[in-house]
Design a protein around this ligand. Structure first.
Ligand SMILES: Cc1ncc(CO)c(N)n1
Length: 218
């Protein structure tokens, strides 16, 4: 399908997610969240790896935000109170807390490192490609959560409902902010940058699936 003049660039990311949605829905970890029962060890693996991931993700976001806007990030994404509350649900079910995640001794998984290296390399090569590589993080969660709630896969009685609900709004928080950065930057991007950006977004989307999956691998 031809991209129309009125279509924002981030709509093309949505189409890529349309193609990958089923892989997320078939994922064992996502299915466990959907059932409301997740092994606490699997959740611990997820929140530990996510802690390591976000630690190296935020500097990339800060650099790319500056590259696109010429300004420093005003509010850091991890200062979002609602996100903190949503995250707390996962920590509780994993029988851990933020201090333990910071101080415990555990190794980065191969998937975590590969995903981080993909984004770091993309960011070194080109700001626009880097931006698209970090966009999957907020966008894919929002797309997935929005779908699962809308389709009734996650209902209010699910213990993880608040976590999904937090991410489900495209016009909120970090997802909204990065979407507008992507659409702003796309106005100045060349066709080649756009093609490479979409490929980097798709690769990150594949890493997002693998990132969930690793929690239930042994
Ligand atoms: C790996 C990963 N992707 C996306 C999000 C959403 O913020 C997250 N916390 N972690």
């Amino acid at each position: 399908m031809e991209a129309s003049a009125t279509q924002s660039f981030s709509e093309q990311c949505r189409k890529i997610m349309d193609q990958h949605l089923q892989e997320f829905l078939d994922n064992r970890f996502i299915k466990a969240l959907e059932s409301g029962k997740v092994d606490s060890q699997a959740l611990l693996t997820y929140v530990q790896q996510d802690h390591r991931y976000l630690d190296r993700y935020l500097p990339l976001y800060e650099k790319l935000y500056m590259a696109v806007t010429g300004e420093k990030v005003a509010t850091e994404p991890d200062q979002d109170v609602k996100e903190y509350e949503a995250h707390q649900i996962l920590l509780d079910h994993a029988h851990t807390n933020e201090d333990d995640l910071v101080s415990s001794d555990y190794a980065n998984s191969a998937v975590t490192n590969a995903y981080l290296e993909h984004m770091e390399k993309a960011t070194q090569e080109d700001d626009f490609v880097g931006l698209l590589s970090i966009f999957s993080c907020p966008f894919d969660y929002t797309y997935l959560a929005n779908h699962m709630i809308r389709e009734g896969l996650i209902k209010e009685d699910n213990p993880f409902f608040p976590w999904f609900n937090y991410y489900s709004d495209f016009n909120h928080g970090f997802t909204k902010d990065v979407t507008s950065l992507v659409d702003q930057a796309a106005k100045k991007a060349s066709p080649e940058q756009k093609a490479k950006g979409l490929a980097a977004f798709e690769k990150s989307t594949e890493y997002e699936v693998a990132f969930f999956a690793q929690a239930l691998e042994d």
